[in-house]
Design a protein around this ligand. Structure first.
Ligand code: ZN
Length: 343
């Protein structure tokens, strides 16, 4: 089969021929239809410090996918050949305290497909049946291929009650933009999304026209707060950028007792003004991955009833054009980039 592999510990990715994976009794084999390119894949392409310390070489990368089940392990029940699906890319055990409490997304032994174990950028993927999420007919393969990052957005945006609340999102990358759509869908009053990249703010306005976009290099957030008639600041903050300046700005712009969900990853250790957080009585929650499988359940339910994130996909390529696809992603000017694996 064709597969996109990190073959050597240097910049780049290579299209290779690899054997079709052999499945175990608890696995399924999935023929891949579409895949999404993640920021994680760009780190692996670039071979930065994180990738060099984390990713074993050689490895088939990729974890955002939609496909169809073509083979089922002998012990698998409840799934069938021909079923369309996506799936959770974190492979977890069942022994840890958190797993045994049903909080699989908090299993400390989690391994990631396309990061620690063979991934989804291939014609076929082996996946534990436990991780499979069947796709209803009204969810396309393109959307199926971005459920993983949409899940990050949903997990973050639903971390705190946003109904009737004013929500500030810092970082208008694809996940930030999708989290704005989710906050809106979940009943937030004002949704404000900030960035310093005009292309990303344009994407945000295109996907969520009712959100107020703010280029914080040109506009003062306080002016936006008064423009919207807000008196005391934002109730909930979703930090999606990993930028120290954005987090500082968010803490300033929150109400007393405000809440922050942190998905963005700051570089190294960042200085934080803890006294400001204490005196404002702010709650902070770190967000990792998606809840298995509550986030998947909620996002599919929302997609079937009015949540529309389709415009976040800005580029589509056949997999043989993967170099152009990665170039589009690396430019910082794209939304989600989807690869087609079908002939
Ligand atoms: Zn991803």
């Amino acid at each position: 089969m064709k597969a996109l592999e990190k073959s050597r510990p240097v910049e780049g990715l290579w299209m290779v021929r690899a054997p079709v994976p052999e499945i175990g009794p608890d696995d399924v084999l999935i023929r891949i239809n579409r895949t999404g390119i993640c920021g994680t894949d760009i780190h692996i392409w670039n071979w930065d410090d994180w990738a060099a310390a984390t990713v074993p070489v050689p490895l088939i990368i990729g974890h955002e996918f939609a496909g169809e089940i073509v083979e089922i392990g002998s012990d698998v029940t409840g799934l069938r050949v021909g079923q369309r699906c996506s799936g959770e890319g974190h492979v977890v055990g069942s022994d840890s305290r958190q797993s045994r409490a049903g909080k699989f997304h908090l299993d400390p032994g989690t391994r990631g497909i396309g990061v620690d174990v063979q991934g989804a950028f291939a014609e076929y993927l082996k996946l534990p049946a436990f991780n499979v999420v069947p796709l209803p007919d009204d969810i396309s393969d393109d959307i199926g291929a971005i459920l993983d990052p949409l899940g990050n957005a949903v997990h973050t945006a639903l971390s705190f009650d946003v109904l009737g609340e004013d929500v500030l999102i810092t970082g208008a990358g694809p996940i930030g933009v999708m989290s704005a759509a989710v906050a809106r869908h979940a009943g937030a009053r004002h949704v404000v999304i900030t960035d310093i990249n005009p292309a990303r703010l344009e994407l945000a306005a295109h996907v969520v026209p009712s959100a107020r976009t703010v280029d914080v290099s040109r506009e003062d957030l306080h002016d936006v707060i008064s423009e919207l008639g807000m008196r005391e600041g934002f109730d909930v903050g979703l930090e999606m950028s990993g930028s120290q300046a954005a987090l500082d700005q968010m803490i300033e712009a929150l109400v007393m007792g405000g809440k922050i969900a942190l998905l963005g990853i700051p570089p190294g250790s960042s200085p934080v003004n803890w006294s400001r957080i204490v005196f404002k009585a702010i709650t902070i929650k770190g967000v990792y991955g998606r809840e298995m499988f509550e986030t998947w359940y909620k996002m599919i339910a929302m997609l079937q009833h009015g949540l529309d994130v389709s415009r976040v996909i800005t580029h589509r390529f056949d997999v043989d054009g993967f170099e152009d696809a990665f170039a589009a992603m690396r430019s910082g000017q794209s939304g989600k980039v989807v690869l087609n694996w079908l002939e």
